[in-house]
Design a protein around this ligand. Sequence first.
Ligand code: ADP
Ligand code: MG
Ligand code: MG
Length: 944
Amino acid sequence: MTQYVYFFGAGKADGNKDMKDILGGKGAGLAEMTNAGLPVPPGFTISTAACNLFQERGSLSPEIEAESDRALARLEKLMGKTLGAPADPLLVSVRSGAKFSMPGMMDTILNLGLNDRSVLGLKAKTGNGRFAKDSYRRFIQMYGNVVLGIDKDAFEHELSAVKRKARARADVDLSETDLDQVIERYEAVVKKLTGSPFPQDPREQLRGARNAVFESWMNPRAATYRKLNDIPHDLGTAVNVQCMVFGNMGNTSATGVGFTRNPATGAKEFYGEFLQNAQGEDVVAGIRTPHPIVELGKVMPEAYKQLRDITTRLERHYKDVQDFEFTIQDNRLFMLQTRNGKRTGVAAVNIAVDLVQEGILTPREAVMKVEPQALDQLLHPIFDLAARAKVEVAATGLPASPGAATGAVVFTAEEAVAWAAKGKRVVLVRMETVPDDIHGMSVAQGVLTATGGMTSHAAVVGRQMGKPSVVGCGALQIDAKARRLRVGNSVLGEGAPISIDGATGEVMLAELPTSPSEVLQVVAGKLKPERSVLFQKFEQLLRWADEVRRLGVRANADIPRDAKVAFAFGARGIGLCRTEHMFFAEDRLPQVVAMILSAARGQRGLDLVRRLQERIKEARGHQVADLRKELGAVRKEYGKAIAEYTGALKKLLPMQRADFAGLFREMHGTPVTIRTLDPPLHEFLPKREELMVEVATLKAKGAARNARVIAAKEKLLRAVEELHEFNPMLGHRGCRLGITYPEITRMQVRAIFEAALQVSRKGTPVKPEVMIPLVGHVEELRRQKRIVLEVAAEVLGKGGSGVDYLVGTMIEVPRGALTADEIAKEADFFSFGTNDLTQMGFGLSRDDAGRFLGYYQEHGILEKDPFVSLDVEGVGQLVEIGVKKGRAAKPGLKIGVCGEHGGDPASIRFFHGVGLDYVSCSPYRVPIARLAAAQAQLEKPSGD
Ligand code: ADP
Ligand code: MG
Ligand code: MG
C-alpha cells in the first residue's frame, strides 16, 4: 500500500532529506532535522502524490483521509492534547512545501485549532490573554484570506480602525480587550463576506486549510513562478501539519530567519533577522523592521548560541549554505525549516569555491553546486565609477541583490511591462513586492522597495532572478495611485530617471552610465586578475569544470573583437562566423548593394562569356568567327553588369580577408568555422516603403533638379521589388545563393584562404573550416565544395602551404538531417543550425512566432520557447537522426551545434547525451556552456 502521510516527532521521522519528491523540500528538511535530534515541533507531512490525486479527483480518497486522521491521533497522543480542545487545545500550522521552494507562492496558516472556546482555554493554560487573543485574530486573518478567499485589506481595515481607536502605533501595542474587538470585527467580516460564521470545528478547519494548500498549487501566481523557473506543473506540493510553537508569547519569545553565509556576496558571515514577540511572517512582511540576527546574541544568548551551533552543523551536513527559519518560545529554540539557500551568482561562485577550500566539498561537487545560468550575473554591469562619483546618494536601502540598475521609474508591474515592451529601461519602485509583481520584476533593470528586509519577497526573488535590488529604503514616500515618488525634497513622476546599486543599497536620482563587471574587466584586460578575487574564483570553478567536461565549447563570433572576448572566456574555436555580418558595416554596404544590384545580370553574363570561350576553344574554321561575333555581342550587352559585379566583389575581397585574418589571429590556432553567405539578399537593401517615400519626396521637391538621385533610387526600388520574396526564410538564401551566384562563394573562400595563408606565414597556426549553409540535398554541398577545393588549390597551391582546412555543412533543413548519410560522404564536419532546424521542423517562423508563442506557453501547449531551449522530443529527433546517419556513413565525423541552443544548459545536456563533439554559443555564454557541459558529464558520464 502506498504511504501518503509521513510522521515526524520524538527524534524520529518516516522520511529524510532525500525524499523531496514525495515530501517537498520543507517536509524533507523537517524529517531530516528531526532524525538529527534537533528541536523540531512534531507533525506530519501529506505527500505530493496525495496532491496530484487531489487535483484529479477534487478531493482526497477516504483511505488517505483515514491515514491522515491516524497521523493526527498519533500527534495528539504524543503531545497529550487534542486538536482545538476547549480546555487545552493542540494547535497546528498548515504549511505548503513543494520540491522546489517557491517564496511567497503558497500561504502558511498558523494557530489552527483555535475557536471562540479554545482561545479561552489557551488563555487559561498560558495565563497570557493577550497572547491567546493575538494568536486567534491572526488565525482568523490567515484562514479568512487563504481558505475563504477574503481580501487581506478587509481585515487590515478593521485592525487599523481598532489601532486608531486605541491610539496604538504597532500591533504589539494592542491590549487584550483591543484584540477582543479585533476578533469580533474579523468574525463579522467573515460572516458578511461568506454568509457563514467563522468555522469553529477544528477538524473542518484542518481539512479546509489542507485543501487550500493543494488548490493553491494551481493558482496563477504559482503557475507563473513555475513557468519562469522551469518547474514542471505535475510535481505537486506536500502539506505539512505541525505543532505550533509561539514566538509571540512576550519578549522572551521571538521568530526569525537567516542564512549561514551572506546570500548576496557569499561572505562567510552569520546573516539574518529576527523580531521579538512576533509570529510567522512578521519578519519578512515588512510590517515591523526586524533586527540583525547578531543582536539576538545580546537578548537571548543561550538560544543564539544553540542556533549558531545547529546551523553550522546543518551547513556541514547538507554541504551547502542553509537558509533557516526558527522560533524561540520563552527562551527555547525550535527549528522550523532549513533548505539550501538561494543566492546571487556572485555568492554561488564564492561559496562553491570556499566550501572546497574549507574541505566541505570536492571540486566536482562544487561544479554541481552552481547553476550555469547564474554565471551570467557575474557579467552584469557596474556603474561607471567616474560618473557615479559625481552624483549624490539620495537615499540608502538594504543591498538585497547586487548589480547596477538604471532606468525610468515605474510604479506597477503592468507599467514595467508596458515600458519594457517599448524598449525602455525601467526600475520598478514599490512599497513592497508581492508574487503578482513577478512579471514586472522580470522585465525591470532593478527593483526598489520602501519596506521589507533582506529576506522580503523583493530581496529573495531579486537575488534569484539576478535582478539588482534595493529593499527597505525607508526614505521613499511612494504614492502609487498618483504615480509619485518623494525622496527628501525631490518629487519624481513615472518615467523619471533613477539608479540603484544593489551591492551598496544606494539610490541616485539620475540615469548613470554603467561599466562592465569585474570579471568582464579582467577579460578585457583592464583589470589585473590578481586584483580581482572574484575573477580568480570564477576561473577556478571553470577550470574544475574543464577537467570533467567532454563537450568542446566554441563561440559564435563574427568579428575579431568578439573572438577575443570569446577566447578569454575559454572558447577554444569559433563554431560560427556569419560572414554577412561584416557586410553591414558602413564602408561595405555600398559595395554589397552594388554587388546585389548587378549580381543577376553580372553572373549571367559571366556564365555566357565562359561558355562561349569554351566553345571557341573547340571550334573550327568559320565557326570560330561566328562565336567570336556572338561573344562580342554578349560582352556588349552584359559588359557593364559584369564589370559592376566583379568590381564590387573585388572591393569586398580585401575587407573580408582582413576580417578573417583578425579572427585567425585571435583564436590562436583553434578551429575557425566560417559560413558562406546565408541571408536573403534583400536584407541588405533598404525597405521598399522607405524608398517609395524617398522618391516621392524628392519628386515633390523638384523632379528636374533631383533627376539623377531619383533615377538611382528608382533603380534600387526596382531591384528591391525584383528581390521580393513571399517567404524569404524558405527562399533564395543559404547555399542557394552560392549555387546561383558562385562568384560570391568564390570571393569569400578566396578571402578565407588568403587570410589563412597570411596569418600562418606570420607564425600563427590556422585551422579554417569552411561551412556551407542550408544544405538539404547532397548535390548542393557537392557543387559548393567543388568551388572551395578549386579556390583552395589556387590560393594554397598543390602542397596546401601547411594550411589544413575542412569543408563541412550546416544541418538545419529537415531533409538535410534525414539524408545525413548521403551528405556525410561529402562533408568533413556537420554543425547543427538548430535555429533553422526548429523553424523548419516546427514550421514556425521565428520572426512571426511572437504573436502566438506567448499564448502557447501561457496555456501549456508548449512548456518552453523552442527557440531558447531545444525541443528535445521533436526537433531533437532530427538531431539524433543526423548524428546517427552521419556517423554511420563516416565514423568519427566531427559534429557540433551553432544555434542559440548551444548556450542553453538544458539543450547542452541533450547535445552531450547524443554525442556531439562541441557546442558553440555567443561569447558571453561560453562560461555557462563550460559549466553546463561539465554538469552534463557528471550527471551522465560518456566518452573518454
Ligand atoms: P514559507 O514557505 O512561506 O516560508 P512556512 O511554512 O515556512 O512558509 O511558514 C512561514 C513561517 O510561519 C515560518 O517561518 C514560521 O515562522 C511560521 N511557522 C510555520 N509553522 C510554524 C509552527 N508550527 N510554529 C511556529 N511558527 C510556525
Ligand atoms: Mg518558510
Ligand atoms: Mg541557419
